[in-house]
Design a protein around this ligand. Structure first.
Ligand SMILES: [Fe+2]
Ligand SMILES: [Fe+2]
Length: 294
């Protein structure tokens, strides 16, 4: 398995390139990461934001750590972005992604991504509104892809989420988004599929398995988030917890699907009140379990 770390585990704890590179490389023994926008907020004024972001990128590069992509985290996920109920909010969502792309370019990282957005409670129940807002989102993504290309990025990523009030949610939704964008964007838009989202039984039922996702939209999946979960809520637990995403299951899928480059990025989110000592030890143990599964 090709393993990498989404840096969500580190937020508010290990800050600055030097300290975080040391944790990633020496404490956890990893050399591939996805940088979370929870460490550097795309909305910060550009000059200060880019200086902070470049410091991380330079330190990671010096330590021999590859930053594959940057990605929206908890803060970004709070907002409705491309599927918001008003044009003002949707434009702000588009601006958010564009600013994150600017930051990503300054870091010398080739890809950036986020979930697309959330409908309001009212819009989610109205098929006409959903479709109208979705069509506008497609056009916005085309615009965003043009900007991303001009800044030197090569790929954009969209993460499906386990809520019917958002889009894409199911594998079928994800396939629709991919086919609607295919050939329309200036750089490819691909899927980042989260195991804990794809295996969410309350809405996907018997389709809550990764083989179903491969069958529906496997050609478009360029990376995975991996996390432990019980399939009942989106847990983002460590692999030290019991659950339905065992290291053995991940390893068998990697082998059976003959995956080669679609990195499994651990996206472990700890309670803020958990101690730093616990988080570090738990990350070490979770990584060890994954590595021994092959
Ligand atoms: Fe995720
Ligand atoms: Fe999640």
């Amino acid at each position: 398995m090709k393993l990498g770390l989404n840096l969500s585990f580190a937020i508010k704890r290990w800050l600055g390139g030097g300290q975080l590179a040391n944790v990633v490389k020496h404490e956890l023994g990893m050399d591939r990461v996805q940088f979370t926008w929870d460490l550097v907020d795309p909305w910060w004024p550009a000059a200060a934001r880019d200086a902070v972001a470049r410091e991380y990128a330079d330190a990671f590069r010096a330590a021999g750590i590859t930053i594959e992509s940057t990605f929206g985290g908890l803060a970004s996920y709070t907002y409705n972005h491309f599927l918001a109920p008003t044009e003002t909010l949707r434009d702000l969502g588009k601006e958010h992604f564009m600013r994150a792309i600017d930051m990503t370019a300054e870091m010398g990282v080739p890809a950036a991504g986020m979930p697309l957005g959330s409908y309001s409670a009212q819009d989610a129940l109205d098929p006409g509104r959903r479709e109208d807002i979705y069509q506008r989102a497609l056009q916005s993504l085309v615009d965003v892809s043009r900007h991303a290309k001009s800044r030197g990025l090569s790929t954009l990523l969209i993460e499906p989420v386990p809520l019917t009030t958002e889009f894409p949610s199911s594998a079928r939704d994800a396939l629709r988004l991919m086919t609607d964008l295919d050939g329309a964007t200036d750089i490819p838009v691909r899927l980042l599929v989260d195991w804990g989202h794809a295996l969410f039984k309350p809405i996907f039922g018997e389709d809550a398995n990764m083989e179903h996702w491969i069958k529906q939209c496997g050609n478009y999946i360029s990376a995975y988030h991996i996390q432990q979960t019980d399939g009942l809520l989106d847990r983002h637990w460590s692999f030290t917890q019991p659950g339905i995403v065992t290291p053995q299951r991940l390893s068998a899928f990697w082998r059976d699907q003959r995956l080669t480059h679609q990195t499994y990025l651990l996206e472990i989110i700890y309670p803020f009140e958990q101690t730093d000592e616990f988080v570090l030890r738990d990350m070490q143990e979770g990584i060890k379990l994954l590595q021994s599964a092959g």
